[in-house]
Design a protein around this ligand. Structure first.
Ligand code: PEP
Length: 230
């Protein structure tokens, strides 16, 4: 299983260091077949020791240059970071990342050989229209995306389940993952949306779920490590 922690705009450099110390202590006994990813805010990127992969929540598709407020490959290289989240619904919505922008970013980081956790998800209005509408909406988020990229991991994150405390049901996750797995040629597929210690076992037991992308419940090292060790 893959367990990925997305801190979003939470944690400082110091609290990230403390978090990693605690996580390392707790994850000493993690199953060797499980992988852990940590995505801290850009200001806390660094070289950390531990049994996990450090990734960036975002970067600009350039090595360096005049892109005020952004970081590029040069800044990620300093810390040996080769993993990136692309397409998160919060970036699509708040940073107005269109499918075209997301696809350009994907292509750039693919060319750089990055491992990409590519996020897709539908809003509640689409979920309420039924499964066919959901799949149509989700598949459109693969426009311009090379689903055969060997370092691709997909994260299905229904927007209405993110940060709301209300996870999708087992049935919703199961049917959506089954259909998505076919569409992405069986690439690793994570679920994201209010995954937490209380529901992690139920979620990771679903066929077609290869792991979880966790926001809120990942902010505490104790809660996140409990999920990893579940
Ligand atoms: C996310 O935003 O990737 C996420 C899954 O958040 P949460 O776990 O808080 O729903």
């Amino acid at each position: 299983m893959i367990y990925a922690a997305n801190f979003k705009t939470n944690h400082t450099r110091q609290s990230t260091k403390n978090y990693i110390v605690e996580l390392n202590e707790k994850l000493g006994v993690k199953k060797p077949e499980d992988s852990v990813y940590i995505f801290p805010p850009s200001s806390a990127l660094d070289v950390y020791e531990g049994n996990f992969t450090l990734g960036t929540q975002n970067a600009y598709p350039a090595h360096n240059g005049a892109y005020t407020g952004e970081i590029g490959v040069e800044q990620l290289d300093e810390f040996g970071i080769k993993t990136i989240l692309i397409g998160h619904s919060e970036r699509r919505e708040y940073m107005a990342e269109t499918q075209e922008k997301v696809a350009n970013k994907f292509s750039f980081f693919q060319e750089q050989g990055f491992e990409i956790i590519y996020c897709i998800g539908e809003p509640l209005a689409i979920r309420e229209k039924g499964f066919e509408s959901v799949m149509q909406y989700l598949l459109a988020q693969f426009d311009g995306i090379d689903i055969n990229y060997d370092k691709l991991i997909v994260a299905y994150e229904p927007i209405w389940a993110i940060g709301t405390g209300r996870s999708a049901t087992v049935e919703e996750i199961s049917t959506t993952h089954r259909a998505l797995k076919k569409a992405i040629n069986d690439k690793p597929l994570l679920y994201g949306g209010s995954a937490k210690p209380e529901n992690i076992k139920e979620i990771t037991s679903i066929t077609g779920v290869d792991g979880v992308l966790v926001g809120s419940a990942s902010l505490d090292a104790g809660s996140f490590s409990e999920m990893v060790l579940s």
